[in-house]
Design a protein around this ligand. Structure first.
Ligand code: MIC
Ligand code: SF4
Length: 643
């Protein structure tokens, strides 16, 4: 039987295991990317492994922690620059742009396996790379030449037919996927797009779709590499890196979905979840206080140009503030040279630097109770920096129409859509990308560490028994933004685990850190899709520092599950989902003979000493994951020679 694209790429990179859905396999990694909010920790861990030089193409980006309200962020940038020089990585300087947008423009290669310490790494799937997000430690291991272990996903073929109608955007395709499948609909799956509708989508449009595929919980999403890809690479001066990638004629999928592009209309995700999707017309007229254009989902040259065309000669509504963050220096400079930036400035948009910015709460928080319409990918409670803000996610077209009218607006009401041309040649100037130094000069580089950079705390091996209180019980779809918030105040502490641990779960319960310390650690109980969202390993590392021993939930999101294992926290799922009701916050739990259960069984007994009862939990773990947990985490496991 013919192979789909996912199978083709995995097969080419397979170093261990079999390509059977649900089984563990190890794959060779061609490229890694890190960003500054996860990268400092990743490079500290790489240093701790004692390897002299990165073993694959590695790019270290600075794009998240860009506000310099104190010495912490600039110190981290300096550390990252020196670490890149020392270990042989490319360094993308602050101002060069958002990691995913820049990587797509300058580094991504069809058919490659790309690993990134950021959950939106799947953006690379827009040009046919199998690009996955992972915790920083997994990325550090890959930089050291180790393979990446995946649970082989089921491959879902998404057949696109027809063509988008005017004012309907690529963003509406991924919002439609989220409407149909929900934020947990993609767990354990790769979405492979195919069919006649694919041809009409440019690479940046495809990248919008694969980027936000992360919100489905998917391992990644993938587009073919075809004549559109070839043109994009040529326009980026990289024609030589093109290779064709298509599914075989007789390729089959584990599941299939069809989307008729002609039938789509502008959509919007309402607060507070990316899958709370309705047609824009259902919320049309809702007064908006803010519009933000940008983020790794929608900050391409096309995205900015269409917004500029809509705003040209007009003024942003007086009740509303608008910001625009270009995705890269390339986008910014091109939009500046051809007048798009001027048109937006004239209309009253506030042009920010090329960075994540408002998407991660690095400034531009909405007003109290404010409605903010954003072209971003996440609208979890409080992520914008304002706890009671109402964030809506939409396309640049809908955002621009909303900015003009001051209320949520279906862009189709703007009349004829202006034509926006795809450039035949992008502006090429990599002067903000520092290439790796040769090994001889690299050896002389001194790594520069600021006072906020603290060593990675490590745990001992798994104890015989785990006992303690349920420190917190939460419901479904708890995101890493709930577990460890980001934003301008907390992000600068990413290199300092003792300091950042003071914010664990504070968005859910202010008293969590104090309680965890007072009780000497304990357990967290949760519902479905626990840990969805970002790849930040700090959401495992900081709770581990506070003494979190095990997390018992109905189901996990992929990256967070791996991060818990990497830092020695036992990830357990209820054998019977109803047992979730049998445990309350404050109950005292006990798990005995943990190492021997890890050695053998798939089930483990969790005693509830308060209720005088017990529930059974599943250890859905591979042999390697069990060994990592026994060793107390991936770093001690790797140091002891584990592969
Ligand atoms: C995000 O969008 O939540 C982030 C910030 O980019 C994270 C990474 C981080 O927390 O540093 C992600 O998506 O992985
Ligand atoms: Fe940056 Fe937002 Fe993209 Fe995360 S989702 S990488 S914060 S732009």
């Amino acid at each position: 039987m013919g192979m789909n694209m996912t199978k083709k790429i995995l097969k080419e990179h397979l170093v261990k295991g079999r390509l059977r859905a649900g089984e563990e396999a190890a794959v060779r990694v061609d490229q890694v990317l890190t960003q500054d909010a996860t990268g400092t920790m990743a490079y500290l861990q790489f240093e701790a492994m004692g390897i002299d030089r990165v073993q694959c193409l590695a790019v270290s980006y600075v794009d998240h922690n860009m506000l310099q309200t104190g010495f912490e962020n600039p110190d981290d940038h300096r550390y990252l620059q020196s670490a890149a020089a020392k270990f042989g990585a490319y360094f993308s300087r602050p101002g060069n742009g958002i990691c995913h947008q820049v990587h797509l423009e300058r580094f991504g290669v069809p058919g490659a396996i790309q690993l990134g310490s950021d959950s939106h790494t799947p953006t690379g799937g827009g040009l046919g790379a199998l690009a996955m997000g992972a915790g920083g430690l997994d990325v550090a291991v890959a930089m050291g030449g180790g393979p990446y272990y995946i649970t082989v996903p089921r491959v879902v073929g998404v057949k696109l037919v027809g063509e988008l109608r005017p004012w309907v955007a690529a963003k509406d395709i991924i919002l439609e996927m989220l409407r149909r499948l929900s934020v947990k609909g993609g767990v354990g799956k790769i979405f492979e797009y195919f069919g006649p509708g694919v041809e009409s989508l440019s690479v940046p449009e495809r990248a919008t779709i694969t980027n936000m595929g992360a919100e489905l919980g998917a391992t990644t999403s993938l587009f073919p590499s075809d004549s559109v890809t070839k043109r994009f690479l040529k326009a980026q001066g990289r024609a030589g890196q093109y290779r064709s990638l298509k599914p075989s004629k007789s390729a089959s999928y584990d599941e299939e979905i069809e989307i008729d592009l002609d039938a789509l209309e502008p959509l919007v995700a309402k607060p507070h979840s990316p899958d709370n999707v309705v047609p824009v017309r259902e919320v049309e007229g809702l007064r908006a206080d803010q519009v933000c254009v940008g983020s790794c989902t929608n900050s391409s040259y096309y995205d900015l140009t269409i917004v500029a065309e809509v705003l040209k000669g007009k003024t942003v509504a007086p009740n509303l503030n608008m910001t625009v963050s270009p995705g890269s220096k390339q986008v910014y400079e091109m939009a500046a040279r051809d007048g798009a930036i001027a048109a937006m400035i004239a209309a009253g948009a506030r042009i920010l630097e090329s960075a994540c910015g408002p998407c991660i709460g690095m400034g531009q928080a909405p007003p109290s109770g404010g409605v903010s319409v954003r072209t971003f990918n996440r609208n979890f409670v409080g992520r914008s920096g304002t706890a009671d803000a109402q964030v809506y996610l939409a396309s640049p077209e809908t955002a621009a129409a909303t900015a003009l009218r001051g209320a949520i607006t279906d862009p189709r009401s703007l009349g004829e859509k202006p034509a926006v041309k795809t450039p035949r040649k992008f502006l090429l100037n990599d002067n903000l990308i520092l290439p790796p130094a040769d090994p001889e000069s690299a050896a002389k580089v001194e790594i520069v560490r600021g006072p906020n950079i603290k060593p990675v705390p490590l745990k001992g091996s798994m104890p015989d028994e785990l006992a303690g209180e349920v420190l917190l019980k939460v419901g479904d779809n708890i995101s890493t933004d709930h577990i460890l918030p980001a934003g301008s105040k907390i992000l600068p502490l990413r290199s300092n685990i003792p300091a950042i641990s003071e914010y664990v779960f504070t968005r859910v319960d202010e008293s969590f850190p104090a309680r965890a310390r007072e009780k000497g650690g304990g357990f967290v109980v949760g519902g479905e899709n626990y840990g969805q969202g970002s790849s930040r390993e700090h959401a495992a590392l900081a709770p581990s520092y506070l003494g979190l021993k095990a997390v018992l939930v109905k189901s996990f999101a992929r990256i967070h599950f791996n991060n818990l294992i990497n830092f020695g926290i036992l990830p357990l799922t209820f054998a019977k989902a109803d047992d979730y009701e049998k445990i309350e916050q404050g109950d005292s739990l006990e798990i005995l003979s943990v190492p021997s259960c890890l050695a053998a069984g798939d089930l483990i007994e969790v005693k509830n000493r308060t209720k005088g009862a017990a529930v059974r939990a599943r250890l859905a773990l591979t042999g390697r994951q069990r060994a990592i947990l026994k060793a107390g985490g991936l770093l001690p496991y790797t140091k002891a020679g584990g592969k």
